[in-house]
Every structure is written in C-alpha cells, then in structure tokens.
Design a binder for this molecule. Structure first.
Ligand SMILES: [Cu+2]
Ligand SMILES: [Zn+2]
Length: 180
C-alpha cells in the first residue's frame, strides 16, 4: 500500500514538473503588455487591452464597457500619462513617422490610428488588431510600451486633421509591459 501511494505521489510530482517546464518554454518567446482603461471626462467607460508580440507582429485585443452604442474612435496616443481628468495628458496621436491622420493602411495615417470600435446596445465593444509596424521588444520609436490607448466619445471620421474629429476622451490606459 505504501509503495503504491509513493508511486502515485511520484507520478503526480513528475507531471507537475513537466507541465511547468512546458509552460516556461511557451512563455520564453511570448512578450505581453496590457493597459487598463479608466474613465475620463466623467464618462463610465472602462476597458482592458492586451498586446502580444507574435514573431514580427503585435496583436492587440481591446474590450470596452459602459460606452454609448455606435462607433468610437480608438487611438494610441504619444504619452503614457492618463492623469488629466479629460485625458489631455496623453498628448496627440502617436506619430513616429511624422505623417497625417487617416485610415490605417491608407496613403497617410498615424501609427496610433487604430480606427473605430463598434459598441453594441449593451455598451460593450471589442476590437482585434494585428500589425508588423509596432513592437514590444525593440529599442526604437515603434515600440508601443509606455504609450496610451484612448477611446473617444464619437466616431473617428478618418479624414479630419489632426485627429479625426472623434470628440472628447472617454477612457485612457497606459500600455505597460506585463510579462516576458
Ligand atoms: Cu485619440
Ligand atoms: Zn491620428
């Protein structure tokens, strides 16, 4: 009986150890960042963003809650600072290529011009975004760490300068490296 118990314990320990090793191996080349979006300008909008480096691409998943139904402009802004009541401390659109505001992938756009997020009748919205123009791991001007992600009160028209006439800022979160 004792021998059987020992065998069971040894087997369980061995499987726990091997699981841990497998997880470590998976994480070694996964770089993650996140942003918790807080309400701004007396809104009730909150949200969370997750950034993952996948090879030479960054994948962004953003979910927001408590927003009015319809389209809301979403951008990466240049400063990782959400302290102002109206979010103005986040600065302008992140624009490392010194270009004009526009639709992502058009002739002219900012690297922070994610576009619009669609919010349903319950006030929830999700957006998934993937690009090889950003990174989480390089010491260059295209690294998105320490920038901020902003949700606006209105729709980004993808045309007006300098920021798409998307209204005021209703949520803001600083992009922080979370795991290597
Ligand atoms: Cu913005
Ligand atoms: Zn822009």
């Amino acid at each position: 009986m004792k021998i059987i118990k020992k065998l069971i314990v040894v087997t369980i320990l061995a499987s726990v150890v091997s699981c841990n090793q497998a997880n470590k191996a998976d994480l070694s080349d996964t770089l993650l960042a996140s942003a918790e979006l807080e309400s701004k300008s007396d809104s009730r909008v909150t949200g969370s963003a997750r950034f993952e480096q996948q090879g030479d691409k960054v994948v962004l998943l953003l979910s927001i809650y408590g927003a009015s139904p319809g389209l809301h402009g979403v951008h990466i802004h240049e400063n990782g600072d959400c302290s102002a009541h109206d979010g103005s401390s986040s600065g302008g659109h992140w624009n490392p290529t010194d270009d004009q505001h526009g639709a992502w992938g058009a002739d002219h756009y900012h690297y922070g011009d994610i576009g619009n997020i669609k919010v349903d009748s319950s006030g929830n919205g999700d957006i998934a975004f993937k690009t090889n123009k950003w990174n989480l791991d390089k010491d260059d001007k295209f690294n998105v760490i320490n920038k901020s992600i902003i949700v606006h009160s209105g729709e980004d028209d993808l045309t007006s300068q300098p920021s798409g006439n998307a209204g005021y800022k209703v949520a803001c979160g600083v992009v922080k490296l979370s795991k290597r």
